[in-house]
Design a protein around this ligand. Structure first.
Ligand SMILES: C[S@@+](CC[C@H](N)C(=O)[O-])C[C@H]1O[C@@H](n2cnc3c(N)ncnc32)[C@H](O)[C@@H]1O
Length: 459
């Protein structure tokens, strides 16, 4: 190990920044994040230091550095001219004040590690000043995998500690392990603090805590469009319920040992009823398992996530909802269609093309017009009827439409044309989930003839 990684208490004095350049401003930010009082000494300073001083968040002394500036100083950073850096380094060493001169290890008595900050937890990556670029790269990797709310979990456990005081140290350790590696941690990190307190009470009472049901949006199919929260839920699942909208490339991201249960339709077999899915989710969670219900797109956009949420609530099972990129957003991006566009479309509507027997027909007049975009889910089989209903409701037969199958996936297909040709366009696509986008914005797609796009951009 090169050097001794330690954390410096910042209560006994202030941190001094000698210099007013951009690098000095960076060190000012860093010093402020530690909770320290920060003083800057510099004749001139960049706008950020001006602003922080004006807000009273730091003090700025507009003069040259002098040795007296090191009084009451627990550490000093220097950045700027070689002369300034040399003087600050020499003075600080003479007074035994830890000094860091930016990019000058030979003039420094301490190095700044790259930091992942999850207050009150911090992770420092130090390379002994040998490879700061490597440290920065490692930092980004660690940033991506450490939950943003890890600090909240640390505070939550600290808040519970007094309730553990009467237990033996061995029991305390076991209970804390159960809190930080189970439903309580999942709930705190999802921001569900009230539910976390209830789950923690179960742990402290020695009861098997209920598992958490995660309603997770898998996005439109490209695994790179999974959210960080979705990936985390998949990597911690005991059992995953999924259906045919979730492709194998996404199931590959599920924890290897997790049980996988298909609850969708297969050729010749009925899918599980919504009631039975809800029941199965709840049963698993009541057995203390970490349950993931993985759904294409977003769970709450034509995803029946609401029914699963209600099933969980009816049995007082904690639920975490992880939103996903809904098909409309994924397909529009993949086809290069902005769903709203100044002067062209001032609103966007998501509707279903599926006709429910027990509900009145959709009132397309209120949903579709020339200056808004209409996105229709589950409309491929209904395309002939949709076409005549929409034209019958006043939409021009020439309105541009895009039909997108398997959006964002390697086998994506896109057809563009006029509303009057919707049925043909839809029929020309092979199987897979299929979305219809209707409105003038479709002309902006890279799949629309180029000369028309140029004309539109010139308007
Ligand atoms: C039951 S809905 C589920 C919607 C999903 N919850 C969402 O937010 O995207 C299924 C419909 O979503 C649309 N869909 C989902 N994924 C799609 C994709 N990758 N490409 C095209 N359409 C998709 C299709 O219209 C499909 O029939």
């Amino acid at each position: 190990m090169q050097g001794l990684p330690v954390t410096l208490s910042v209560n006994s004095g202030s941190i001094l920044i000698a210099g007013g350049c951009e690098q000095a401003a960076q060190k000012t930010r860093l010093a402020m994040a530690s909770g320290a009082r920060v003083r800057v000494v510099a004749v001139e300073a960049v706008a950020e230091i001006h602003e922080l001083a004006a807000q009273g968040r730091i003090s700025w002394h507009r003069r040259e550095f002098g040795i007296a500036d090191l009084d009451d100083t627990i550490a000093v950073f220097a950045a700027g001219s070689p002369d300034l850096c040399a003087v600050v380094s020499k003075s600080a060493r003479a007074r035994s004040v830890p000094v860091n001169v930016v990019d000058q290890p030979a003039l420094s008595t301490f190095q700044m590690p790259a930091i992942v900050d999850r207050d009150p937890i911090s992770i420092a990556i130090a390379t002994g000043g040998q490879a700061p670029a490597l440290a920065r790269q490692l930092r980004s990797t660690i940033e991506a995998i450490i939950p943003t709310r890890l600090g909240d979990l640390a505070r939550f456990i600290a808040g519970i500690r007094p309730q553990l005081a009467h237990h033996s140290s061995e029991m305390r350790r076991k209970l804390i392990d159960a809190l930080i590696d189970g439903p309580v941690a999942d709930l705190v990190q999802a921001g569900e603090i009230e539910q976390a307190h209830r789950a923690a009470a179960d742990v402290l009472d020695g009861e098997l805590p209920k598992g958490v049901i995660h309603l997770v949006g898998a996005g439109p199919g490209d695994p790179d469009l999974l959210t960080v929260a979705a990936l985390r839920a998949l990597s911690r699942a005991d059992v995953v319920f999924y259906d045919s909208l979730v492709p194998p490339a996404i199931l590959d991201r599920v924890r290897r040992d997790a049980e996988r249960r298909f609850v969708g339709k297969t050729r010749g077999h009925h899918s599980m009823s919504q009631h039975d899915i809800g029941h199965a989710l709840v049963t698993e969670a009541l057995a203390g398992r970490n349950v993931v219900r993985l759904k294409g797109g977003d769970p709450f956009i034509f995803g029946r996530g609401g029914e699963e949420l209600l099933a969980a609530r009816a049995h007082d099972v904690p639920v975490v909802i992880v939103p996903g990129i809904t098909a409309a957003l994924g397909c529009a991006a993949a086809a290069g269609i902005p769903l709203t566009q100044r002067h062209i479309a001032g609103a966007v509507t998501f509707a279903t093309g599926h006709r429910a027997k027990d509900r009145p027909d959709t009132d397309w007049k209120t949903l579709a017009s020339a200056d808004r975009t209409l996105v229709i889910y589950m409309g491929q089989d209904e395309a002939p009827r949709l076409c005549s209903d929409l034209i019958g409701s006043g939409l021009s037969a020439a309105t541009p439409v895009a039909v997108i199958a398997n959006g964002t996936r390697p086998d994506m297909q896109i057809r563009c044309g006029a509303l009057t040709d919707l049925a043909e366009l839809a029929a020309s696509l092979a199987g897979g989930p299929c979305l219809i986008i209707i409105g003038e914005v479709v002309r902006l797609s890279s799949h629309w003839p180029v000369e028309q796009i140029v004309a539109l951009a010139a308007e």
